[in-house]
Design a protein around this ligand. Structure first.
Ligand code: PFF
Length: 451
């Protein structure tokens, strides 16, 4: 099965927490969460999102770490091993496969969006000023219409990602996160303080936290749950892969709590910083996926110190995206190294190439191939839809079924090692609440097939 080499273990519990926060905190927090909040009724979305993190995200996070650590291997072999240990069918290996391949699909379009970030960071550092909404829209449209520029930045970002993964679990992935995550927190705090000083923090606060029940719709619930999966990196074998490098004595429950809390706080803080600046300039919060690209460059161009703040902002997003992309590549790279005995560097660069090609197709889906649509969606939207709306929740459901119903209680308790009452609480929430929530959202989807 495996190449027999000793498996790496994170240097400490905090290293694991930081690396996993690195996976969780990404474009999802700084690009997707604010624009979804803006587009989906502000506080209603935030409230449901918080509930989803507590009732679906946290229990699943624990379940994935549990399976990864128990199986001590890449997601495919971990699933097989734990299934065997519990007398379950080897079909459960499919769940590992679904995750590993799903993560590569996400990486293909994630890397393209991260490429936009690198371009905007480059422009911010170069001091390019975008002064009117029309110019901002034109700038973004110009980028989308230019396949070569898109492919160039996609290639740069993917090479950065694969370069880290190739160096190994400790000297590559762990070291990158230990360098980037503290910098990310520092920049974020600075931006929030800055937003408090020159922005309209009060309006941002009201927008995000004043609950308006009339804005609560099925669509909001659906998006909030999909986002909880995306933001916590769930269902794609990523957390399993990272959990497999966690040492036996570290507490899964405490670690998961810190990871979920940090991920949520970063989303909320990024939202406050972005909305306070957006509102201070009288701009719209509901501009959708373009929020970070249309609205913020305008804000930076019009504010004192905008060049520095803008550069820092895009650097923050780059760090966030980079550590997440690394985690998306890791499950497949681990599988190739362990199962096929291929050297990690070769596996990583090979994976990079395999992802680069569909990424190029994604770049072309905005311009030369924009006429090619399926169900009215271009390739980019199809991949986003397939992964975050279908694959992630489906495989999250399977993880909950597996850890809640298939794994024996003793087996799970042996890893989770919480006092009996707390263990029982986790298990019951996973077995009933988490599963029911995911199923309800699916049923709702089937009944309301629109976006
Ligand atoms: N959690 C990352 C983000 O919020 O940007 C994205 C992500 C990473 C999704 C890893 C899924 C995954 F497996």
């Amino acid at each position: 099965m495996s190449s027999g080499a000793p498996r790496s273990t994170w240097s400490s519990r905090w290293a694991f927490i930081l690396v996993t926060i690195g996976s969780a905190v990404g474009l999802g927090n700084i690009w997707r969460f604010p624009y979804m909040t803006g587009a989906q009724g502000g506080s209603a979305f935030v409230l449901v999102y918080l509930l989803c993190v507590a009732l679906v995200g946290l229990p699943l996070l624990m379940a994935e770490i549990l399976i990864g650590r128990r199986g001590r291997g890449n997601p495919v072999s971990a699933m097989l091993k734990v299934a065997e240990e519990n007398g379950a069918s080897s079909w459960w290996g499919v769940l590992g496969w679904g995750g590993v391949l799903g993560a590569l699909l996400i990486l293909a379009y994630y890397s393209v969006v991260a490429g936009w970030i690198v371009e905007y960071m480059y422009q911010a550092i170069a001091g390019v000023k975008i002064l009117t909404p029309e110019a901002a829209a034109q700038e973004f449209a110009g980028l989308m219409a230019d396949p070569l520029r898109l492919i160039f930045w996609h290639t740069v970002f993917l090479a950065l990602t694969v370069g880290v993964v190739a160096r190994g679990v400790i000297s590559g992935i762990e070291r990158a996160s230990l360098l980037m995550m503290p910098a990310l927190f520092a920049i974020l705090l600075f931006l929030v303080l800055w937003g408090g000083m020159v922005g309209n923090m009060r309006a941002a606060w009201h927008f995000m936290f004043d609950f308006k029940p009339e804005l609560l719709t099925g669509q909001v619930v659906l998006s909030a749950m999909g986002h909880a999966f995306f933001s916590l990196s769930l269902g794609m074998g990523v957390i399993m892969a990272y959990g497999s490098y966690l040492d036996k004595h570290s507490s899964i429950a405490h670690n998961s709590f810190w990871i979920a809390l940090a991920d949520t706080l970063v989303g909320l803080l990024a939202g406050l910083a972005i909305f306070s600046l957006t509102f201070a300039h009288g701009l719209e919060a509901s501009s959708g996926p373009g929020l970070v690209f249309h609205t913020l460059p305008l804000v930076f161009a019009h504010m004192p110190g905008g060049r520095v703040v803008g550069s820092l902002f895009f650097l923050l997003v780059l760090f966030a995206a980079w550590t997440s992309a690394i985690s998306l590549a890791e499950p497949f790279v681990a599988w190739v190294t362990e199962r096929l005995g291929v050297h990690r560097a070769v596996a990583a660069w090979g994976t990079g190439f395999a992802v680069w090609l569909p990424g190029v197709a994604v770049c072309l889906s905005f311009n030369d191939w924009s006429g090619w649509k399926l169900f009215g969606l271009n390739l980019f939207d199809q991949l986003d839809y397939l992964t975050s709306r279908i694959l992630m929740p489906l495989s999250g459901l399977a993880v909950a079924l597996f850890a809640g119903w298939i794994m024996s209680r003793e087996n799970a308790q042996d890893e989770i090692r919480l006092p009996a009452a707390q263990f029982q609480l986790w298990r019951q929430v996973l077995r009933y609440v988490t599963i029911l929530a995911i199923v309800l959202v699916f049923v709702y989807r089937l009944m309301n097939p629109d976006p």
